[in-house]
Every structure is written in C-alpha cells, then in structure tokens.
Design a protein around this ligand. Structure first.
Ligand code: ASP
Length: 581
C-alpha cells in the first residue's frame, strides 16, 4: 500500500502517530512561514502543514503544488491549534516530513467543491472530476449501499440472482428498442432488452421459483429530464404466489432499505385502487405527503347560471391551507400557470375564506356568500384557506388539477424530502386506448393477467377490464410496477388477440413463450423497481442523473466519450449496412 491511512479517518486519538497519506490537493494556502494543504481522497479531507523554518526545501516544494496534483506525504499527526468542528479530521493536522508528487494535474475546468461553478454539460464532459465532488461521490456510495442491501434482503428471502442476455429479440414494453446489427447473420438485428420480462417468466417455467437481477434495461424513448436511455432495474419474479404475497415481499424490501440506509421505520404501506387515485389525486402516482385531496363539486356548483360550470362534465376543488393570504398577483400567477399548454386548463376559479368568516371569490356575481359557505363546508375549509376550482372534461380536469396540486405543494414547501410516503396503487386497467394507432395497448405489458371476473368483458367493454397489476409509488414517483402474469396459454392467446396481434404475429414474436407455457408454467407474478430513481428518492432528490456514474444528457449523448458516433466504413460494410450521408 502507498498509504497507511485514508484522508478521512485520523482524529485526536492518532496524535503523534507517523502516517503516510495519499490524495489530491484540494486547496493550497501559503501563509508565508507556513503552507497549508487540504488533501482529499474518497474518505475525506486532512490538513497538511509545512513549516518554512523547519524545512524550507520541503515547504517550497509544497507551495508549487497545483490543484488536483496527486501526492503522497509522510508525517506526524499533531493536534491543531485552530480546530474545524465541521469535519471529522478537523482536530488534527499532519506535520509533513516527506512529500512525493505522484502526478501533476491540469487546472480543472470547474471547482471541485460541494457547490461547483461548473454547468451541467461541463460536469458531464469531465464526469471523472465531477465524481471527485462530495455530492456526486456520496450519491454513488449510497447507490452501492442500496444495491448491496437489496441483495442482502433478497438473498435472505431465498431469491436467486440469474443473469439474462442483453442481445435479445425485442420485448414489447411499449417503447422503441435499441438494435444491434448481427455481423454473422446478415441483415438481422438483436434488440437490447427493455426489461428481462420474458426471460424471467421463462425462468419460472424453468422452476427457478424466486428470481431477481439488478439489471440494465434499454429504451429508445424521447428523453425527458428524468429519463435515461439505459437505466437499471431491480427485476424480480416469484412462482406459486398471489398478488398479496408480492405486495408483502416487496413492501418488505423497501422497508428494509429505508431502515438500513436512512434509519427510518415505515408503517404498513397504504393501498389505493387506480380509480380512487385518479378520483382523489388525478394521478396514478399521487404524492400523499400532503393533502389537497380533490373534492367533486358538481352538485353545489352547477345550476347557478355560471355557464362555465354548467357546461362542464366535472367541477373539482382543492383546499389550500392558509392560501387566503395569497396576493392578487400570486393568484394571477396560478391562473397563468393553469393556462399554460402543459396544464391546459381554460381558467381558474378561486374562493378566499377570509379570517372574518366572509368569502371573496372570482365568481361572486354568481355565488352568494351562503353558496360560498357551502363550498367551504364541502371542502372542509377553515378561515384563512383558499379554495381553487377547475372544471371541464373529467380526465383533462383531473390531470390539470393534479399538476396544480403539485405546483402548490412545491410553492408551499410541502414536498419534504426527508419524509417517505409509500403507496401501493392497485387494479390498473388492463388496456389503454391509443389514439395514434387507433387500438388498445396493454397498459402494463401483454403478459399481465386480467382480473378473472373481468375476462368476459374483454369483448364487450374492454376499457373496463381491470388487471392484476400494481405500482409502488414513493413521494409521488412510480418506483416499481408489476403484475400477476398470465400462465395459461389460452388466455395469453386471447390477450394477444385483443391487443390486435394476428396469430402469425403473436407466433412470430412470442412463439417461444407460448410454447414454454405448454410445458407446465406455474402461476407466477413479479415486479421491477426503477433502481436509479429509487436511489435518488432515498437520497432525497428527484433527478436520477446524479445517481448514475456516467449518465447521458438530454439528447441521449454521452458528452464525455462522445457517443453515439459514426463508425468506419469497413465496419459498416462488414455489417452490410448502408447509410445515406
Ligand atoms: N417488466 C416490467 C417493467 O419493466 C415489470 C414487471 O412486470 O415485472 O415495467
């Protein structure tokens, strides 16, 4: 070893020990008689001192050290005269007796401090320098902990980690596949897995019983701020289980992670059906850390000559605690917000519940004080609160109000990242109508089983068929989702039919799975967690990018290695690929 200790572990108990440390020069301060250097490694920062009086040659050498030089020092641990209580090594320093420069460094393009001056793109280009910064480094360490605790929990429960291939044939998860040309099979392509879905089901047919894998998945989607083209899942499947078994097993996993990593004991996770979630929160991934539940107001809002309400399919309110203190300007801003294209509402009706028991609304012309009082009763509003109302078509109004609800929660700082509010959302619809292709898609995936008593409705009222599908939501983010699978070949065929696959197409794409189902497929069910997002939320953040060592930017590019990139003509020829230039 080039060192006896790390830069994060020496303290007052080590005083007078002779040590050797290695690391990067974080700061170099020359105070004339003395030179101080902050030496950094993954474990922390230790202060080094060089005394001009005692060893001028060494001190001069120290002064020359630039930021991020890599050095090795030998010296003695001494007690500091001015202590820094903010860091674990702050009571000591190293009186350096020998210094070796292990490597020099160019001046880094941004400061390697907790708060850096580097913009996103620059940080990505020099990600290896970005990772030297505490916030990113800590995120990666947290990620490693989450994965080792996941393995511990699942191993302990008898799960077996099995690797499934990356070069496969496309699985229909609803996104586009990344494809890889095959040199040996001219004109043919592999697809990178969007998830190991079919393989994990085959492993159940194979009798592996309890499978998991922390696995990379690939989806060629248009990127949103919190999506990555390659991401990691904790992918799981179990045989001979019911939905209830899966919910309990994986609720256990999330509790284990929060307990081991954050020291937080979570209560039993609440559950809600998809229909309830949409009705109460306008979202299938509601953030339940705060209230502002939807209140349906049709009965008391319609038939008052206010045509906007009268012509609406639905009128829905939320109560904003303490919102009566919002200024005119703030309310105008909220109105502008709901009218933006992303929210898509036509307008916002408000009613302030004044402290003196009176009401002030934007529709005073149509609604008397008595009527507004009824609103307040219905919304359980107290003096000082603000009632906000959107109206229109049901689906759109719910969606818009859900976004307003989140917007207000941000504004009022109700989304506390130290609080963890999990929620199971159950009974998702089996099918989802797709306007673009004019047909039904599986809302989860084609292997999800319909509720048994709904199967007959597949022909008559496909929209109303519910699935044995569930999502785990944490603080308003979908962190996991899964389903009880179809294990009966006939139902699987029926499902393909309803998804608009001809028999030939179904055979071509999933013949292998349907054939496997002819050899004794056990009842099985599973779930997959978005690992990157889970880590981000446990880390109290929402952006997954800072929890991935080498992420892609918003255009799906790795700006550090400059990928994707063109490839040599010879390679293209070998693959028999012609591209237009
Ligand atoms: N394969 C599914 C997904 O990636 C999860 C599951 O059903 O287990 O969303």
């Amino acid at each position: 070893m080039l060192r006896t200790n790390t830069c994060g572990e020496l303290n007052i108990t080590n005083v007078s020990e002779e040590v050797t440390l290695c690391g990067w020069v974080q700061k170099n301060r020359d105070l004339g008689g003395m030179t101080f250097i902050d030496l950094r490694d993954r474990y922390g920062v230790t202060q080094l001192t060089f005394d001009m009086m005692k060893n001028s040659r060494l001190c001069k050498k120290a002064r020359e050290l630039g930021r991020e030089y890599v050095i090795q020092v030998k010296g003695k641990v001494i007690e500091r005269s001015s202590k820094n209580k903010n860091i674990p090594t702050g009571e000591i320093e190293i009186n350096v007796l020998d210094l070796t420069v292990l490597n020099t460094s160019r001046i880094p393009p941004f400061t390697i401090e907790n708060n850096t001056d580097g913009g996103d793109e620059l940080r990505m280009k020099y990600r290896y320098l970005d990772i030297r910064r505490n916030p990113i480094k800590e995120n990666l360490i947290l990620r490693s902990k989450v994965s080792s605790e996941t393995r511990k929990y699942l191993d302990d429960k008898g799960f077996c980690e099995v690797e499934t291939p990356y070069l496969i044939k496309s699985t229909p998860e609803g996104a586009r596949d990344f494809v890889v040309p095959s040199r040996m099979n001219e004109g043919q392509f592999y697809a990178l897995p969007q998830s190991p879905q079919t393989f994990k089901q085959l492993l159940m047919v194979a009798g592996m019983d309890k499978y998991y894998q922390i696995v990379k998945c690939f989806r060629d989607e248009d990127l949103r701020a919190d999506r990555q083209p390659e991401f990691t899942q904790i992918d799981c499947e179990m045989s001979f289980v019911t939905q209830e078994d899966i919910l309990n097993m994986f609720e256990g996993l999330i509790r284990h992670l929060l307990k081991e990593i954050k020291g937080i004991e979570l209560n039993k996770f609440p559950r809600m059906t998809y229909d309830e979630a949409m009705k109460i929160y306008g979202s299938d991934k509601p953030d339940i850390r705060f209230g502002m539940k939807f209140v349906e107001m049709n009965e008391i809002c319609k038939h008052n000559n206010f045509v906007v309400f009268d012509n609406s399919e639905t009128v829905i309110a939320i109560n904003v605690k303490g919102g009566a203190s919002f200024t005119r300007k703030e309310i105008d801003k909220l109105t502008d917000f709901v009218k933006t294209p992303q929210i898509g509402a036509k307008g916002l009706v408000y009613c302030k519940c004044n402290e003196d028991g009176t009401f002030k609304s934007s529709v005073d012309k149509f609604f008397s004080q008595e009527k507004l009082n009824n609103w307040a009763d219905k919304c359980k509003s107290s003096p000082g609160d603000l009632i906000l109302i959107l109206s229109g078509k049901i689906d759109e109004t719910r969606k818009s109000l859900s976004k307003l609800r989140l917007h207000l929660a941000e504004k009022l700082k109700l989304r506390n990242s130290d609080e963890f509010a999990p929620l199971w959302v159950l009974d998702f619809p089996l099918l989802e109508w797709d306007e673009d292709t004019n047909r039904y898609h599986a809302m989860h995936h084609p292997f999800t089983s319909p509720k048994e008593h709904d199967i007959e409705k597949l022909d008559t009222d496909p929209k109303s068929v519910r699935a044995n599908a569930y999502d785990l939501v944490l603080n308003g983010n979908e962190i996991g989702g899964g389903s009880v699978r179809i294990h009966n070949q006939k139902i699987q065929k029926l499902m393909f039919k309803h998804l608009g696959f001809s028999e030939r197409e179904a055979q071509e794409q999933f013949g292998f799975l349907m054939e496997a189902f002819e050899y004794g497929a056990p009842p099985h069910a599973g779930i997959a967690f978005g690992f990157d997002r889970l880590c981000a939320i446990i880390g109290g953040q929402e952006n997954i990018r800072d929890f991935i060592a080498f992420p892609k930017n918003n255009s799906g590019r790795d700006v550090m290695i400059e990928s994707p990139s063109s490839i040599e003509k010879e390679i293209l020829d070998e693959l028999n690929i012609k591209i237009k230039i």
